[in-house]
Design a protein around this ligand. Sequence first.
Ligand code: PBG
Ligand code: ZN
Length: 327
Amino acid sequence: MFPTNRPRRLRQQSQLRRMVRETVLSVNDLIYPLFAVPGESVAQEVKSMPGVYQLSVEKIVEEAKEVYELGIPAIILFGIPESKDSEATQAWHDHGIVQKAATAIKEAVPELVVVADTCLCEYTDHGHCGYLEFGDFTGQVLNDPTLELLKRTAVSQAKAGVDIIAPSGMMDGFVKAIREGLDEADFQYTPILSYAAKYSSAYYGPFRDAAESAPQFGDRRTYQMDPANGQEALKEVELDLAEGADMLMVKPALAYIDIIWRVKEITNLPVAAYNVSGEYSMIKATALQGWIDEKSVVQETLTAFKRAGADLILTYHAKDAARWLQE
Ligand code: PBG
Ligand code: ZN
């Protein structure tokens, strides 16, 4: 008539709940994305991402200091270049915006780990993540010629002081190509965090405002993954492992939480989850309406990524989360 087993026994006081808690979110898990723009004294809030700014180099250095003081170990850099062209010149130029920002940050806050997103979409005039045949308006990205540009980009980022290369373009063989490029240039100890399972997702919408990187025509479905596929993520992971990736990313995070779990099950490498722009904006917008409690929802969400198997979380909530963890 009455239950003998009562799981509620272990939920009766907060210290006891603390003792049996399985997942603990730590500031060590967080990576904070930053957007570098040319100019001086620029701090331009991104319309669809309240609290996220495009920052000029000296402002981004200030921000990096604040991030470091909050105990967050790493940032990931994106760049909005002065000019865009068909060869994504500003992606691999030694004085490109990400290179400048990385050098300045490493000079001011040497201990902060600087990750760079290694892709071309912010730098091509058409907004695709790779090279197109001249005059091609179908958006069919040429895989192998793109590898050459990615290699160049990664090496130039490493030379500028970037600690971790994070290729996000979903080109076949990009980890191998970048590894070769880094090794030849004497960066054998620069790790690659591969965006291994990156889906073609509508959740990137606000990011494309922030990075001014929306494709001018077509979409990214010929290189990013179909949201309906799970098994295919494991194949992508397998290839990246064989090509020498040091860490693996699943992106987006929320709608792909099952993929985080499945990836974690088949690898011993650290797994990162990218809590993307649209996920951030949904929480922000709802919280600004007063419809949810931002702090609780963010903490619950970030903890869920860890419970699902993520070792690292790239998130625009990182600064807030770090502050809340100090309370
Ligand atoms: C570039 C890149 C994108 C994101 C990270 N790197 C956008 C895209 O693929 O269109 C999205 C990040 C976010 O939405 O927060 N390839
Ligand atoms: Zn891209």
